[in-house]
Design a protein around this ligand. Structure first.
Ligand code: TMP
Length: 248
């Protein structure tokens, strides 16, 4: 199966589409227990109310996320990543996704600033982990660990593993971004279960799913430029790719 997009033919061997999200499509992969993820240029915000295109975003997010997933794997984090297929396509392990978005916050920003009436930028003495139930119809509501276990989304042991992994990933990403002049303000992770029952990092880590501020100027280098109509969106994504690709 081939697919033609504005960026050219995406030729990886794919089966049936199993899922279409706001920023990616997922297909059955060439081997059992694999999926092919295809990154789109589509951008949405506020649960899909605001829509647009960020030209080249799919290529950039695929590259950034794969570099970060490979880095995390070298540091002992189990992930879904298997290999790069093309500039927008990645082969991943098929996981059963835990329907929870895990947000780790190093500083107050975004919905935390709004919910608690705090200014953006305040550094937290230690990272705060939050869970949001992945449900578009409900607008991804904030939930707690009790909701996650009592509603059967994950076991207590899995929640503990997710929390430990999320904090470790935060430390490792901090070590990656600090020498690249980027403050990692907050980020969102997703996890899933592999066929052996192990918890692995899934989804992506990119300017769509993190707040990246230039460490010196505080300039936003992430999707907040799109969400808040700040301009310079494509330039910010390109700048983040440049910094991620730098040997630091
Ligand atoms: P928030 O401050 O809006 O809750 O966002 C926290 C982090 O999660 C931020 O880095 C952006 C990311 N995020 C997503 O990846 N997907 C989403 O749907 C939302 C709302 C936030």
């Amino acid at each position: 199966m081939t697919e033609t997009t504005g960026a050219g033919v995406q030729g990886a061997d794919k089966g049936q589409m199993v899922y279409e999200g706001k920023a990616k499509r997922v297909y059955e992969g060439p081997q059992p227990d694999t999926y092919v993820v295809v990154y789109k240029d589509d951008a949405t915000a506020f649960n899909g109310e605001k829509r647009g295109t960020i030209v080249g975003k799919g290529v950039i997010n695929n590259r950034i996320s794969n570099i970060l997933f490979r880095y995390l794997e070298t540091k002992g984090i189990p992930t879904h990543y298997l290999k790069d297929l093309s500039e927008r396509e990645t082969l991943v392990r098929a996981l059963t996704i835990v329907p929870v978005e895990v947000v780790v916050r190093n500083r107050v920003a975004g919905s935390m600033a709004k919910r608690l009436g705090l200014p953006e930028g305040q550094v937290l003495p230690y990272p705060v982990v939050e869970f949001y139930y992945k449900n578009d119809a409900l607008g991804d509501p904030l939930v707690n660990e009790g909701h996650v276990t009592a509603l059967g989304w994950a076991s207590r042991a899995e929640v503990a593993a997710i929390q430990t992994l999320a904090l470790r990933i935060g430390e490792l990403l901090g070590q990656f971004f600090t020498p690249r002049g980027v403050a990692l303000v907050d980020f969102k992770l997703e996890f899933g279960r592999d066929s052996a029952g192990g918890i692995r990092l899934a989804d992506e880590i990119s300017p769509d799913t993190c707040r990246f501020w230039d460490a010196t100027s505080g300039e936003k280098l992430d999707k907040d430029r799109f969400r808040r109509d700040l301009g310079g969106v494509e330039e910010a994504y390109a700048e983040m790719l440049r910094r991620v690709e730098v040997q630091a």
